[in-house]
Design a binder for this molecule. Structure first.
Ligand SMILES: Nc1nc2c(ncn2[C@@H]2O[C@H](COP(=O)(O)OP(=O)(O)OP(=O)(O)O)[C@@H](O)[C@H]2O)c(=O)[nH]1
Ligand SMILES: [Mg+2]
Length: 173
């Protein structure tokens, strides 16, 4: 069997990482809200791709507490994919992603991982300036950018589907 795809999700506290994962796994918005993640949560999910093939994803959802940046590289260093999440209603959470990337540094810069930039909470109707997004994308090798909402389900399956497809393509090279 094919090696599972290891995907890591990072970003500041309360941007909605765990809620995005919850929506992806259970197809539901957690009504009571989730607790802040302590360390990281690990989830395994089998997904079916558009061509009917199945693949297993191992998801590591990191808590955004600054102290976790120390443990992040140790667990993230051999991952295939990185999802960088920010909350458009708090633009500083986009700026803070530079820090998360710096911790993850080598794999991103050497293009050893497939990196996505993901904004959350699209249902709030606050968008980030395309200029800022482009600036970020020019600085780092970001394969794709998605606007998501765990509340409405917008793009929540698509992010993970695309991640799986692109990782598989990069493995075949
Ligand atoms: N309106 C709206 N709120 C959201 C959405 N996703 C998450 N939230 C809210 O944002 C808050 C934080 O969500 P979490 O998923 O716990 O955030 P996190 O990034 O995992 O936070 P840490 O584990 O502390 O790093 C919660 O109150 C969620 O209900 C969304 O798509 N829309
Ligand atoms: Mg969390």
């Amino acid at each position: 069997m094919e090696r599972p795809l290891k995907v890591v999700i990072a970003g500041e506290k309360r941007v909605g990482k765990s809620t995005l994962v919850h929506r992806f796994i259970h197809n539901q918005f957690p009504l009571r809200g989730l607790r802040s993640t302590v360390g990281f949560d690990f989830t395994i999910k089998t997904i079916t791709l558009e061509d009917g093939a199945t693949t297993v994803i191992h998801l590591f959802d990191f808590g955004g507490e600054p102290g976790y940046k120390k443990i992040f590289p140790q667990y993230a260093s051999d991952s295939d994919g990185l999802i960088l999440a920010f909350d458009p209603s708090r633009e500083e959470t986009l700026d803070a992603l530079h820090d998360w990337i710096n911790v993850y540094d080598q794999r991103v810069r050497k293009k050893e991982s497939v990196n996505f930039l993901v904004s959350t909470k699209a249902d709030l109707g606050i968008s980030t300036s395309p200029l800022k997004i482009n600036e970020f994308r020019n600085k780092y090798p970001i394969a794709e950018y998605f606007k998501t909402s765990a509340l409405t389900g917008e793009n929540t399956q698509r992010v993970f589907q695309r991640m799986a497809v692109i990782i598989q393509q990069s493995r075949k090279k």
